[in-house]
Design a protein around this ligand. Structure first.
Ligand SMILES: Cc1cc2nc3c(=O)[nH]c(=O)nc-3n(C[C@H](O)[C@H](O)[C@H](O)COP(=O)(O)O)c2cc1C
Length: 353
């Protein structure tokens, strides 16, 4: 029977256990989207995870949406990420970069002056977004990408994949949920295009397929994707997620992704893990709301190959050991999740030995 502490091969990446640290935006980069030294320490502390998935990282300056979030599109950022990956590797860990292009989610105060807000269609997302300089702001009205520009955005992901390997990451995960650019293409309200990227499920998933093709071309065996079928976060709507994700997964089957990271669907009648299992033959990482016992059960039941934990990793840098030894799990301070500085970030203690 498979357990949390059995080793696992994900494409070219070998894990000593099946406990994955899920991606978490923590807003500790500098104002130029360069990772800071406290991020080196944060990830180093969590290196006993079987695999760390980094916070969302923008593939281009246009992909930044939130304040103090990192990028991987210039040499300074690559050098700073190299400090992170070296520290994780020296501590015996593995880390993949999550590539996150926010598309229409963002405010100009969070972006470089020469960055644009682009999306499938010029449709503003409902809701407001935090900025350091001007407090809460309406989401930007995006500029719709012209058909001829889309290949350039796909190339940004390919370049970011190459930069991630150069920075020492073990692989890359495409952030394909939470209403960011890839999901804006897949949803029907944010994608009102009439070209080959809009309309049918096949057309709405074309951007993601082309992006994954470009990424796997740059890093075979080291590319993965994260999905959450039916997730309405950031004002995206899909009336038939089963059909959309069936179309997507069947069209990427030939790419041999290292893994598929699946978040439970918010729709009660949609079993995202079963849907993924049906249409994806590689390893699944399961996520959302797991603790040690439910994670062990999910693996024993054959629902997936590994389980990822996000919130438990905020206050438990040594989560893997705590789960192995049945030690109590610490909580965390919600006030310091996104605040700059060390507090609530690198000051959560390890369990006493
Ligand atoms: C503070 C915070 C930041 C997050 N940032 C990201 C992110 O950058 N990328 C992503 O795919 N998911 C992000 N998530 C979602 C988590 O990866 C995860 O799916 C969610 O928290 C449910 O898992 P859990 O029950 O183990 O916390 C974030 C969650 C939290 C709490």
């Amino acid at each position: 029977m498979t357990g949390l502490f059995d080793p696992l091969q994900l494409g070219a990446i070998a894990l000593p256990n099946r406990i994955v640290m899920a991606p978490m935006t923590r807003s500790r980069s500098d104002a130029q989207s360069v990772p800071t030294p406290i991020m080196v320490e944060y990830y180093r502390q969590r290196a006993t995870a079987g695999l760390i998935v980094s916070e969302g990282i923008a593939p281009s300056r246009h992909g930044i949406g939130y304040c103090r979030t990192p990028g991987i599109y210039n040499a300074e950022q690559v050098a700073a990420w190299r400090q992170v990956t070296d520290a994780v590797h020296a501590a015996g860990g593995r880390i993949v970069a999550q590539l996150m292009h926010c598309g229409r989610i963002g405010a100009r105060f969070n972006k470089a002056p020469d960055a644009e807000t682009v999306a499938p269609s010029a449709v503003r997302a409902a809701g407001r977004i935090f900025t350091d300089v001007a407090g809460m702001q309406e989401q930007e009205v995006p500029r719709a990408l012209a058909t001829g520009e889309i290949a350039g955005v796909v190339e940004e992901y390919a370049a970011a994949t190459r930069h991630s390997l150069e920075a020492g990451f073990d692989g890359v995960e495409l952030h394909c949920t939470s209403g960011y650019l890839p999901m804006q293409f897949m949803a029907v309200n944010s994608n009102q295009r009439t070209d080959a990227y809009g309309g049918t499920a096949e057309n709405r998933t074309r951007f993601v397929v082309e992006t994954l093709e470009a990424m796997t071309g740059a890093a075979a065996g080291r590319v993965a994707m994260r999905i959450c079928p039916g997730n309405p976060f950031n004002d995206v709507h899909d009336p038939d997620p089963t059909e959309t994700y069936r179309a997507l997964l069947s069209r990427i089957a030939h790419l041999g992704l290292a893994y598929l990271h699946v978040i439970r669907s918010p729709h009660r009648d949609l079993d995202a893990f079963a849907l993924a299992r049906e249409h994806f033959s590689g390893p699944l990482i399961l996520n959302d709301g797991f603790d040690g016992a439910s994670a062990a059960r999910a693996l024993a039941d054959g629902k997936g190959a590994a389980v990822s934990f996000a919130r438990h990793y905020i206050g438990n840098p040594d989560l893997a050991r705590r789960l192995r030894e049945g030690l109590p799990l610490a909580g965390f301070d919600s006030k310091t999740i996104y605040t700059p500085g060390e507090a609530g970030y690198i000051d959560y203690p390890f369990a006493a030995s």
